[in-house]
Design a protein around this ligand. Structure first.
Ligand code: SAM
Length: 267
């Protein structure tokens, strides 16, 4: 198994996460750095939130993007109108590129879904030139993502299967303090820096918040889809009560924090 990501549809992903990763992408580019003329690789491009933000960050000369999911690759290709961007299927743990061909190798919200995340970081390091930059970001599911955490906490209060799924979700790879930094250092990257990037996830209503999950997207969507009708009705009501917090349904805004790490390939 080369990916632990649950892909259903590109449109569903956009509603669940793409709309937020698009907001996170410019912050991540600022953190990772980007210069005119560079060749950049986006590892795990999904539907292209980072890929399509890169040309707005600098006059890059070339962007290669890979993803394990054919569904997302097809959607990203459909959206692409920039001749500098090439998108293809590929595995982060075995990048289909020779050594040292990129100036910068970036990965947004991917490493925690890769079965051997350290192998992926080592591959990102291999394909970047000496002195080039490797950077990655993942959500801080335990301490930094209250919108999703509130759903998981609510369903976990209801049954044991959900409690186990929640534990897996909260402690996915690279999310513990300093875990990503130590991984970057182990693969030989230098001057490794870690930071936190914050956006806000703004929802219009409970339906806007919960529908992407009930459509079956992501790990919680997979769990919710497995419930029988009575469990499902109980879960919907409990999550609605958590979202509303005793106030009328309507807009809610949640902070969302990602761990970000950047290192330089040895010269
Ligand atoms: C949460 S999405 C992030 C997508 C995009 N970077 C974004 O920020 O919207 C995680 C992505 O990682 C991809 N992925 C998971 N394992 C992978 C692997 N081994 N190689 C390449 N892509 C992988 C999934 O297919 C999915 O597109």
């Amino acid at each position: 198994m080369a990916s632990n990501f649950n892909v259903r549809s590109a449109g569903g992903y956009e509603q669940l996460m793409g709309r937020w990763s698009r907001k996170l992408a410019p912050l991540f580019i600022d953190f990772a750095g980007l210069e005119d003329g560079e060749r950049v690789l986006d590892v795990g491009c999904g539907t292209g939130s980072l890929t399509f933000a890169l040309p707005t960050g600098a006059k890059v000369s070339e962007i290669a993007a890979i993803d394990y999911s054919p569904v997302f690759v097809e959607e990203a290709k459909r959206r692409n109108s920039d001749a500098r961007i090439t998108i293809r299927e590929g595995d982060a743990m075995a990048l289909p590129f020779p050594d040292g061909v990129f100036d910068r190798t970036l990965s947004l919200l991917v490493l925690h879904f890769v079965p051997d995340a350290e192998k992926a970081v080592s591959e990102m390091s291999r394909v970047v030139r000496p002195g080039g930059v490797v950077a990655a970001a993942v959500w801080d599911h335990l301490g930094g993502l209250p919108s999703m955490r509130m759903m998981w906490d609510t369903v976990a209060a209801q049954d044991d299967g959900a409690r186990q799924a929640r534990s897996r979700y909260l402690f996915q790879p690279m999310m513990a303090p300093n875990e990503m930094k130590q991984c970057f250092e182990r693969v030989g990257l230098r001057r490794v820096e870690q930071s936190s990037l914050m956006i806000r996830m703004d929802y219009q209503s409970f339906d806007d918040y919960w529908e992407p999950i009930t459509a079956g997207e992501g790990p919680l969507g997979k769990y919710v889809s497995s419930l029988d009708p009575s469990e499902r009705a109980k879960t919907d009501a409990a999550v609605k009560a958590a979202y509303e917090g005793g106030q009328p349904d309507g807009p809610r805004s949640f902070a969302a924090v990602a761990w970000a790490c950047r290192g330089v390939a040895p010269s």
